[in-house]
Design a protein around this ligand. Structure first.
Ligand code: 5RP
Length: 232
């Protein structure tokens, strides 16, 4: 990550803070942009002594929230979240997303779905004309089903690649939920909504990284401004 990307991620994290109000229960995504958001949230909670609760979407986010003094809860205690905030790998003009670069897509989709409002924050490099332009679609797969899921994805012209850990572990990445991730390239994604459903219909697929029609707002940072895009 270069200096400009860091500055734009911090700017996005600061911009979303004004949507956080006292008494809210938040869903908190995962990734580097969200790490900056957690820092801002920690400052807000300690400065103004706010009663904020958060449902984390990964161990990483959970540990960082606790470190910054933000209280944790679960969907069992709070199934209705006021607001979910998360980053994204790609954002199309309709605010459809590809997520899961950090392997946390399963819990991220749950907290986004559980929230009244889902705001995505990102620097401008995440904007694309069409989903899949730059990134594959991450698909979380139960280990037992790997070969079957690979075969089924290939039958719909996807090119699945098992995600392999590049540090700290040999072999496949194991998600926080004990599963594998396959990253799937498609030649051209014409109908992301149907593809999201089709992938999830394959037995053994836990969830996929297409987030269609979920984000109500996107705060996108450029060096000059914060662009606020809302779902039409
Ligand atoms: C993690 C995600 C992240 O939100 C996505 O990968 C963007 O990450 P970053 O903020 O580090 O650019 O989906 O599963």
């Amino acid at each position: 990550m270069n200096d400009l990307q860091v500055r734009l991620k911090i700017k996005a994290a600061k911009a979303v803070i004004k949507y956080v109000k006292d008494g809210m229960v938040l869903g908190v995504g995962s990734g580097t942009t969200i790490t900056y958001f957690i820092e801002e949230l920690g400052k807000l909670v300690s400065k103004d002594n706010l009663e904020i609760l958060a449902v984390p979407s990964s161990y990483d986010t959970k540990f960082k929230l606790v470190e910054k003094g933000v209280k944790i809860t679960t969907l069992k205690e709070h199934p209705n979240l006021d607001l979910a905030v998360d980053g994204a790998d790609e954002i199309d003009p309709d605010l459809n997303l590809i997520k899961g670069g950090g392997g946390c897509l399963f819990l991220e989709k749950i907290v986004a779905d559980a929230a009244k409002e889902f705001i995505v924050i990102a620097d401008e490099s995440k904007l694309v004309g069409r989903l899949g332009e730059k990134n594959p679609i991450p698909v979380e797969v139960h280990p037992f089903a790997l070969g079957h899921v690979v075969k089924r994805i290939e039958s719909i012209d996807g090119k699945p690649v098992l995600r392999v850990a590049n540090t700290g572990k040999v072999g496949p990445v194991i998600t926080d939920n004990g599963n594998f991730i396959v990253d799937v390239k498609f030649h051209k994604i014409k109908d992301p909504k149907s593809l999201e459903k089709e992938l999830n219909m394959i037995p053994g697929v836990i969830e996929n990284g297409l987030f269609i029609g979920m984000a109500s707002r996107a705060l996108i940072t450029t060096p000059q401004k914060v662009l606020i895009k809302t779902q039409k």
